[in-house]
Design a protein around this ligand. Structure first.
Ligand code: SF4
Ligand code: SF4
Length: 384
């Protein structure tokens, strides 16, 4: 049985409803305004294909490349609130990912960008196809210990694309003197899994699971929400990983409280607005920890954008979307930068290398007075 068949209940429940609440704020619906590209339209297409009413050909596969896996539709779907069936669910992203798996082998043209990501990752251990050691360029600040309870997973985007974030993580840990281990990381599998290449993703998960277990630490801490969500959700389910997993914001908030590290922070006079990464907020429910840390930096004024927390606007950077539809991503970024500009923020902060990479990518075409910073870059500036 293919993976998508597991979701018959969700597909049929939606078919009995077709309310369309899911379209509200879907970033793809926002730019396409075409029913077949909306979350509801996608559910209808899946039902028709599984029932044999529609052939699973390229034009269908192309539609399913139009999803950032942001989970906004899950947050608004009527089924989530028990309005359609007493058994509520929140699994639309899993449905779309499983349908990508169903389509990928028979539709090579639509999946060619994703296949490149997968081939790079299987060959080099990172989706960018970089062959150098990921820690090489931050070796001057990296200070891993042989004896530590914490294992830091840096992730591919911070080490290969936004090196200032990886550097800031190492620098902050050095300043606050917390011992940590590192490992010979392979991509966590997030982009491979979310583009529908599940078998390959499970191979990557197995590689990392073994290294994580060999490290013998109590906690696994990630700088990237994409890594955090796959480790905490899919590694447990798919390869039986058994370790406490935390996002960096959760880990640091506990440490700052326990060791009263707040007093080591310099003033930082800025109006900051926080962009919730989809895979940290909607996927994992982590909204408060990043805000608590940023708010307690002396001098910081935190202001919320109109769309925030569960309703945070997706920047377009997830689910392989930047690889397959870069021009549409620019439009999504433009809208997010405008949200921040409307409230007169001086800094648009997030806590995700992928969001930061993506938001800065947007800046290349739209000049903005906002400085776009990861929270780790801010902490590295303010911690003495
Ligand atoms: S996950 Fe996001 S982009 Fe994909 S259908 Fe749902 S709201 Fe739209
Ligand atoms: S809100 Fe949920 S149930 Fe309603 S059409 Fe969208 S996916 Fe279907």
């Amino acid at each position: 049985m293919s993976r998508i068949e597991k979701y018959r209940f969700q597909i049929e429940t939606c078919d009995n409803c077709r309310c369309g609440f899911c379209r509200v704020d879907c970033p793809v619906w926002d730019i396409k305004r075409t029913e077949s590209f909306s979350p509801r339209g996608k559910m209808q297409i899946i039902r028709a294909v599984l029932d044999g009413d529609l052939p699973p050909e390229e034009k269908i596969a192309e539609i399913f490349t139009y999803c950032t896996t942001c989970g906004q539709c899950e947050a608004t779907c009527a089924s989530n609130y028990g309005l359609v069936h007493p058994r509520s669910y929140k699994e639309l992203v899993d449905v779309y990912v499983s349908f990508r798996e169903f389509l990928k082998d028979t539709n090579p043209e639509s999946f060619k960008h994703y296949r490149r990501i997968v081939e790079n990752t299987m060959k080099t251990g990172n989706p960018y196809g970089e062959s150098h050691n990921r820690f090489e360029r931050i070796s001057d600040v990296l200070n891993p210990s042989k004896d530590a309870d914490v294992l830091i997973f840096f992730g591919c985007t911070s080490t290969y694309r936004v090196e200032t974030i990886a550097r800031s993580v190492a620098s902050v840990f050095k300043k606050i003197d917390i011992p940590y281990k590192i490992m010979d990381e392979t991509c966590c599998s997030s982009p491979v899994f979310r583009t529908g290449f599940i078998d390959e993703a499970i191979q990557l998960m197995e590689r990392n699971r073994e290294m994580i277990e060999n490290a013998g630490c109590e906690e696994l801490v990630t700088t990237c929400p994409g890594c955090y969500s796959v480790f905490d959700e899919y590694y447990r389910e798919e390869v039986g990983l058994d370790i406490e997993v935390k996002h960096m914001s959760q880990f640091l908030l506990e440490k700052f409280e326990d060791e009263n590290l707040w007093s080591r922070m310099d003033g930082f006079k800025h109006v900051i607005t926080f962009h919730d990464p989809c895979h940290l907020g909607r996927a994992m429910g982590v909204y408060d920890e990043p805000r608590e840390i940023l708010m307690r930096i002396p001098g910081v004024k935190l202001e919320e954008m109109a769309r925030t927390r569960e309703n945070s606007r997706c920047c377009g950077g997830g689910g392989g979307f930047r690889a397959s539809h870069p021009e549409d991503v620019k439009e999504m970024v433009r809208k997010r930068l405008e949200d921040a500009e409307k409230i007169n923020a001086t800094i648009l902060a997030s806590w995700c290398p992928n969001c930061i990479l993506n938001l800065r990518f947007g800046e290349t075409y739209k000049p903005s007075r906002l400085e776009i910073l990861d929270a780790m870059e801010i902490l590295d500036r303010v911690i003495k």
